[in-house]
Design a protein around this ligand. Structure first.
Ligand SMILES: *Cc1c(COP(=O)(O)O)cnc(C)c1O
Length: 386
């Protein structure tokens, strides 16, 4: 389906709400039934009926339909956070005694779920270098039931061959799942390669305005219905109609935001890649990226996120660099208007951050929607100190 059709029309039945152009915020906790038989009917399938807002809500439902269409899945659920979507996808598909294979360096709270939370319920895991399909294959045990991918990841951007992973998982009866937050549904649709479940942090590009935290899970209707009726209804990681409305508003500009962030990031990453103060830039759409060919094969673009490894061997200089930066904001996350930087030197020598083993001379940069030249001026003046 055309993206304009999805964003303007899909799920929006304007006649039901006074022909309003914008989707309504149905701010209610519960819904009335006109008859006993309607009541009885609704109770047979909570996902398909409006009963109570912890289950279905019309504003949230409009959002679910659009997200499923954007990702090319049969159905979708929206969660209170990306971490909620990831947790529901994994917990919903494992039981005591099962084994999970996960790619190296996953998102920190995916790492925490696998290493701290699930072992309490006798679910084990193996981390593997997902760049090599044979390493994934070798990690399969008789009790492996779940394969967790993240392609690219959001710091070093390692990529997995999604078609090969999906085929391998299917052959062994393993559920495959990918965290697709980096590429967003605009640039990569893993369902097309045969991946079973796609999860997103909707807090990034999908909402796109640094003002809502939410998560998305896209899969077959059967998988969505299963997760809705167990993990989502019991753990109740849901968003409010108000937040759903903000995300629907953010989605209206999804396409132009994604195009602009990709275009500016490409320009700035290319410029930095040859810069005398820079050792290397990691961005899958640069030709210098080790898995560039695979990136081009399964992604239509890359978005605004890349990492820069600076040449300096003095941590003090790196600190001074951040003191000089004016136009980028020092902040985690990405996907909004504002360009951001994560100074990994802030985590340097920190105890208890096993998931963040990143060199201090690495800066993760998010290129937002501001003028690219204006951003480059800031980088240029700050890099003088290095
Ligand atoms: C931010 C992020 C998450 C978690 O999403 P929240 O909405 O913050 O819970 C998961 N995976 C990746 C790759 C992320 O960047």
């Amino acid at each position: 389906m055309n993206i304009s059709e999805i964003l303007t029309h899909l799920g929006e039945d304007r006649k039901k709400y006074f022909n309003a152009v914008s989707p309504p915020i149905i701010q209610t906790s519960n819904f009335v039934f006109n008859s006993l038989s309607d009541f009885r009917q609704a109770m047979t399938d909570e996902l398909a009926h409006n009963i109570y807002t912890r289950g279905n809500n019309p504003t949230v439902e409009i959002l679910r339909k659009k997200l499923a269409a954007l990702e090319g899945s049969e159905d979708a659920l929206v969660f209170a956070a990306g971490a909620g979507a990831i947790s529901a996808a994994i917990i919903g598909n494992v039981k005591s005694g099962d084994h999970i294979i996960c790619v190296d360096k996953p998102y920190s709270w995916t790492f925490s779920l696998l290493t701290k939370f699930l072992p309490r319920f006798n679910v084990s895991h193996t981390f593997v270098d997902g760049r090599d399909i044979n390493k994934i294959k070798k990690a399969i045990q008789p009790n492996t039931t779940f394969l967790m991918l993240e392609s690219p990841n959001s710091i070093s951007f390692e990529i997995q061959d999604l078609k090969a992973c999906a085929e391998l998982a299917k052959r062994h009866g393993i559920i495959s799942c990918i965290d697709n937050s980096y590429a967003s549904p605009y640039f990569q649709n893993p369902i097309n390669f045969g991946i079973d479940i796609v999860v997103h942090s909707g807090s990034k590009y999908i909402n796109g305005h640094s003002d809502v935290v939410c998560g998305v899970l896209c899969a077959s209707h059967q998988m969505v219905s299963k997760i809705f009726n167990s993990e989502q209804m019991t753990l109740a990681s849901i968003i409010s109609p108000n937040e759903a409305s903000l995300i629907l508003r953010g989605l209206r500009t999804f396409e132009i935001r994604m195009q602009k962030t990709h275009e500016s990031a490409m320009k700035i990453a290319k410029w930095l890649d040859g810069h005398p103060k820079v050792k290397r830039v990691a961005y899958p759409f640069l030709e210098s990226f080790p898995q560039h060919e695979l990136a081009k094969k399964q992604m239509r673009g890359c978005g605004g996120l890349f990492s820069v490894y600076f040449k300096t061997d003095q941590p003090e200089k790196m600190e001074l660099f951040f003191n000089r930066i004016q136009r980028f904001l020092l902040a985690v996350s990405w996907g909004g208007y504002e360009s951001l930087m994560i100074p990994f030197i802030a985590f340097h020598n920190m105890e208890d951050r096993e998931a963040v083993q990143v060199p201090w001379n690495l800066v993760r940069i998010y290129i937002g929607l501001e003028d690219a030249n204006w951003l480059m001026e800031d980088l240029e003046q700050a890099m003088e100190i290095l």
